[in-house]
Design a protein around this ligand. Structure first.
Ligand SMILES: C[S@@+](CC[C@H](N)C(=O)[O-])C[C@H]1O[C@@H](n2cnc3c(N)ncnc32)[C@H](O)[C@@H]1O
Length: 454
């Protein structure tokens, strides 16, 4: 018997079709984990993936041969890739098979921090979609918002609400992702503390909480809308039993996701409603424990009439013309002294979300107008919407890291170099702003973001 895996967990799993207790325990006794990244196609033409093995179910996911110190890679800070556990990237495959990328959606990622799946949704949903990335725990929202700023999409709103707050938005979203807090057994190989904390009682508490989160948030899903439910737990109580409960009590109908048999993903069927679920076991594939199931809402769902929402037309002001690639694709609004942009056509959504929820960030903060000019915001430096002709100060790796430490950059006496506001960049990808003055360069990297000296 394994010294590591709680016997009660294995006993229950042993009853599942396709589960191999010996291989499961053996893989947990091995040292060394798997590192994988998912590249940002909006930025990452400078990440060399030629020699990397691809994650089978995600075209932008790659395994790394070893884990580097990501803090020392400027491209990591620039949002060129996200370090994400490979099994979770299956959501990219689900989006494609369920045709969720074929038309613009309003999508809600309900349990979103630190942002792995939100950045994935940004990449894989239709580009004209609106993503609401929500996180309940206040201390985790900052990381979520920062990771989404790095990813650079303008069509995202970050909220900090209890799932029940979404009851005020009945029938509003086309797609709901609930990546639920769980007992965490799927992460045992990476997080040894989770083993000590695991108990059958904790599984039952998680299962109850998952039902509560789903029941509270499901009214915001439209009739015919799609729910993706996932956990990093192996427990049936948190997976297949939740799937049956969704069909029994929440008006949901299961949907299958075609998979390639060679990937090693185990398809299970829930006991009562035969809901297909996709289980990831580390002894069967290169990834950690994960479960995903998809559903369609078949129960009637009332929704509020968005046509009654009054909005003001606010074109992006002239001051933004030189800063944005397509300034007429956006409308602008203010948050305090700052100007933000969201894609045109989302005016009513912003109004609705502002009225009903606590917003941590909305669209892209572009800067602060002052004396007819713009003091650019850091978020604009990382945004995919920025003007391609903005001046760049190209840094080598040493100076890029010095910039990220918020250190001093030497004045560069290049008469043809940029003057005034410029993007400090590494391998052509912006890291943040500098101001080039005749005798010095001012470093505008946010102090809360600076990296420690290693
Ligand atoms: C599995 S993690 C989400 C990981 C994230 N989706 C990602 O891919 O990076 C679950 C999240 O649910 C949040 N959470 C905890 N309790 C919650 C509750 N009662 N309702 C909603 N979310 C909760 C946690 O703070 C955590 O950020």
């Amino acid at each position: 018997m394994s010294n590591i895996i709680p016997p009660a967990l294995v006993r229950r799993l042993g009853n599942l079709a396709g589960f191999d207790t010996v291989a499961f325990e053996a893989i947990h006794e091995q040292e060394g984990g798997i590192t994988s990244i998912r590249i940002n196609p909006a930025k990452a033409n400078n990440v060399d993936t030629a020699s990397l093995e691809r994650v089978p179910w995600c075209d932008k996911g790659f395994y790394l041969a070893q884990r580097p110190v990501f803090t020392l890679d400027p491209l990591f800070h620039a949002g060129c890739y996200y370090v994400q556990e490979a099994s979770s990237m299956f959501i990219a495959h689900a989006i494609s098979k369920l045709a969720l990328d074929e038309r613009p959606l309003v999508a809600l990622d309900l349990c979103a921090a630190p942002g792995g799946k939100s950045t994935l949704l940004n990449t894989y949903l239709h580009p004209d979609s609106l993503l609401i990335a929500n996180e309940l725990i206040k201390t985790r929202v900052t990381t979520l918002a920062d990771n989404l700023v790095r990813w650079g999409h303008t069509n995202t709103v970050v909220t900090n609400n209890d799932p029940s707050a979404f009851r005020h938005l009945p029938g509003y979203v086309d797609m709901l992702l609930v990546d639920a807090p769980c007992s965490g057994s799927g992460m045992f190989r990476k997080d040894h503390a989770a083993i000590a904390e695991w108990s059958e009682g904790a599984v039952m508490l998680c299962s109850e909480r998952q039902r509560r989160i789903l029941a509270d948030s499901l009214p915001t899903l439209k009739e015919e809308g799609i729910l993706l439910y996932s956990t990093c737990s192996y427990s049936v109580e948190e997976n297949e039993e939740i799937a049956d409960w969704l069909c029994d009590t929440q008006g949901m109908e299961p949907i299958g996701i075609p998979i390639d048999e060679g990937w090693g993903i185990e398809q299970t069927l829930s006991e009562k409603h035969a809901c297909p679920g996709y289980r990831f076991y580390p002894h069967k594939l290169r990834g950690e424990g994960f479960y995903l199931a998809a559903f369609r809402k078949v129960a009637p769902q009332s929704s509020f009439d968005q046509r009654k929402v009054k909005t003001e037309k606010a074109l992006a002001p002239m001051v933004l013309t030189n800063w944005l690639a397509e300034s007429d694709a956006f409308f602008s609004f203010t948050v305090g002294d700052d100007l933000h942009i969201l894609p045109k056509g989302r005016e009513a959504d912003l109004r609705i979300l502002r009225d009903m929820l606590y917003l941590r960030n909305a669209g892209t903060r572009v800067g602060r107008p002052a004396k007819g000019e713009l003091i650019p915001a850091h978020d604009l430096a990382l945004s995919n919407a920025q003007h391609p002709d903005l001046p760049q100060l190209a840094l080598d790796k040493e100076y890029a890291l010095e910039y990220l430490r918020k250190g001093n950059l030497p004045a560069m006496h290049d008469p043809n170099g940029p003057k005034g506001w410029a993007l400090a960049s590494y391998k052509g990808t912006p890291l943040g702003w500098v101001k080039v003055l005749p005798a010095r360069i001012n470093n505008y990297y946010p102090k809360e973001w600076r990296i420690a000296t290693l």
